[in-house]
Design a protein around this ligand. Structure first.
Ligand code: ADP
Length: 581
């Protein structure tokens, strides 16, 4: 652009220069014409009047290097022999004067001679025409030289301008390159990149804008990071499993609880298709349903693995964008195995209670109807039936009492609201034996105690007595006459832990190993008929278990069929209530 501008300017300047030089030459010619005019004789010319003119014209011609010719008013030369070089241009100027002009100019190129000729014709006062002719060969040479030198100067100026432009552009380009590099690093995600500060004002505005952009991105990244970690913390601390999938069934997010439930590693399953990762077909079907459904859906699923079976309550909600296009689904998994187990226990318990109560009530009703149907007439039968009714009523009472005792103990256990008293253990044991003494005597069973009378414990005496009565009563019930029931108390000290064990051992029927894990369940009886006949409710051991648990202890049993059983109560002793003795 610079070169083109300079060439154009030098051309315009050259043209102007040529015009100026031509104008200057014409002005010189006018001056010479004016000087020569004074010597022009009056026409018509004759040799006498022309002689002084010729002398003065010749001297002027020599001095100015211009040619001077004189013509009469008709255009005839005063010196015909000297007009051999009259040309069309010269004729044109004279013709213009003859037509009335005071001055006429003309220039033409003489191709034969290879020169340019300027002509000026002037009408003289005494009716003649004075012609001044200039050959511009020397003038043109000078002009060309000037034009060339002008062009060279312009080119030199262009070279300087280009060099300066190059330096400035280079500096600007360096700034732009640095800025572009930083911007592309930013675009690639390196948010810590330093943004250069260029000297150029325009670039520094862009740099400031890019810096602002980077700061905003950083702030946004920080916010996203903060939100992400908050979300991860919330999801991670949830007991419920949370699983998010996209509309192509790929896992978008999974929290630790969900991964644990499904046996997956959270880091390895992200963005993998659900079908590849989750083995349970029911859960896969549930996710597909959740993706299709508009409302939240809920279902119970059973997860089985080698070691256990778990019941999951799953809730699925489809995620949709504001435009309504599908996005995926969120599945919340709740392990409700424990609750379902409790529900089953409750159901079984109600069924068991009803069943237990049904037998005595049916029996009572049967005998009452028999009495009403006429058995009352026979006093002996009536008395027998009434004693059966009384026995069944006692049984009902025993079951109800045991149920009430059980629920009372459970409540205490749940609220950890057990009132403890520091008592002598032997006294509690003796009181329990006293309650069972009658039955022991009936069955000729001896009860022995091995307990240091000095042992003092912090327990709830009525509850511990109840537990011991149940154990001693069972030992008497399930032993043949003549056998012995032994109660032994041992203290155990293990570092800071001190515990007391009360063992009730019998020489009775014993319990087969396969039944041992279940005998502490409510209404569980190894031999239902025998237990009933002996007045058992099936709740005795369950009551024992809950009493011991309310004390923070445990119960266990060792039994050999045909040899006997040992039920042991382990009760913890704290520093304050440490047994003494
Ligand atoms: P029950 O009222 O039937 O005795 P328990 O809960 O006290 O109910 O006992 C549950 C079952 O455990 C009994 O039915 C019996 O089969 C078995 N059992 C309990 N104690 C003994 C024992 N000392 N010897 C043999 N079996 C026992």
């Amino acid at each position: 652009m610079v070169i083109a501008t300079m060439v154009a300017m030098s051309w315009l300047a050259s043209v102007g220069l040529a015009r100026l030089s031509q104008e200057g030459e014409y002005r010189r010619m006018q001056d010479v014409a004016r000087m020569a005019e004074a010597a022009v004789p009056a026409s018509p010319f004759n040799a006498d009047t022309l002689a002084p003119w010729h002398a003065s014209a010749d001297s002027l011609q020599r001095a100015t290097d211009l040619r001077l010719d004189l013509f009469d008013h008709e255009g005839n030369p005063a010196r015909p022999e000297s007009d051999e070089d009259s040309s069309r241009g010269a004729d044109r100027a004279i013709a213009a004067i003859r037509q009335g002009a005071a001055e006429a100019r003309s220039d033409h190129y003489d191709a034969e001679q290879g020169r340019r000729v300027l002509t000026l014709a002037v009408a003289t006062e005494n009716n003649g025409i004075l012609r001044v002719t200039s050959e511009t060969t020397a003038l043109d040479r000078e002009l060309r030289l000037s034009q060339w030198s002008l062009l060279l100067r312009f080119l030199a100026a262009a070279a300087v301008a280009i060099a300066a432009g190059y330096v400035v552009a280079k500096r600007a380009a360096a700034g732009v390159e640095e800025l572009a590099e930083s911007a592309s690093q930013l675009a690639r995600g390196s948010l810590q990149v330093a943004i250069p500060t260029p000297d150029l004002a325009e670039l520094s505005t862009i740099a400031a804008a890019v810096t602002g952009l980077r700061d905003q991105l950083l702030e946004r990244a920080r916010t996203i990071g903060r939100q992400g970690s908050q979300q991860a913390a919330v999801l991670g601390s949830m007991v419920e499993g949370v699983l998010a999938v996209d509309h192509r069934h790929r896992i978008l997010s999974i929290n630790t609880a969900a991964a644990d439930l499904l046996g997956l590693e959270p880091g390895k399953v992200l963005l993998r298709p659900l079908q590849e990762v989750v083995r349970n077909p029911d859960l896969r079907r549930f996710v597909l349903r959740a993706l299709d459904c508009k409302e939240t859906i809920e279902d119970d699923l059973v997860l089985r693995d080698a070691s256990r079976e778990r019941v999951l309550l799953v809730r699925g909600t489809a995620l949709r964008s504001s435009s309504g296009s599908e996005h995926g689904a969120v599945i919340v998994l709740n392990d409700v195995t424990h609750f379902r187990h409790l529900e089953n226990i409750r159901r079984d318990f109600v069924a068991n209670v009803s069943h237990e109560l049904k037998t005595p009530t049916a029996s009572i009703r049967g005998f009452v109807e028999t009495l009403m149907d006429g058995a009352l007439e026979n006093r002996e039968d009536a008395l027998r039936f009434l004693s059966i009714i009384a026995r069944q009523a006692e049984r009902l009472e025993a079951i109800i009492e045991d149920l009430l005792a059980l629920s009372r103990i459970e409540r205490i256990e749940e609220s950890s609201d057990l009132t403890l008293e520091t008592v002598s253990l032997i006294e509690v044991i003796n009181a329990a034996i006293g309650s069972c003494q009658l039955r022991a005597n009936e069955r000729a069973i001896a009860v022995s105690v091995d307990c240091d009378p000095a042992v003092i414990v912090a327990v709830n005496p009525p509850l511990l007595e109840q537990a011991l009565i149940n154990l001693i009563d069972n030992a008497i019930k399930y032993s043949d006459p003549g056998k012995t029931v032994r109660i032994a108390v041992t203290l155990k000290e293990d570092h800071d832990d001190r515990s007391i064990t009360i063992a009730v051992a019998d020489e009775g029927s014993g319990i087969d190993e396969q039944y041992l894990p279940r005998i502490f369940e409510r209404f569980y009886r190894v031999d239902r008929g025998r237990s009933r006949k002996l007045g058992g409710t099936g709740l005795g051991l369950s009551i024992v278990k809950h009493i011991v648990q309310a004390h923070g202890g445990s119960v266990d049993v060792k039994s050999t069929p045909g040899v006997g059983s040992v039920f042991a109560l382990h009760l913890p002793c704290h520093q304050a209530d440490a047994p003494q003795g």
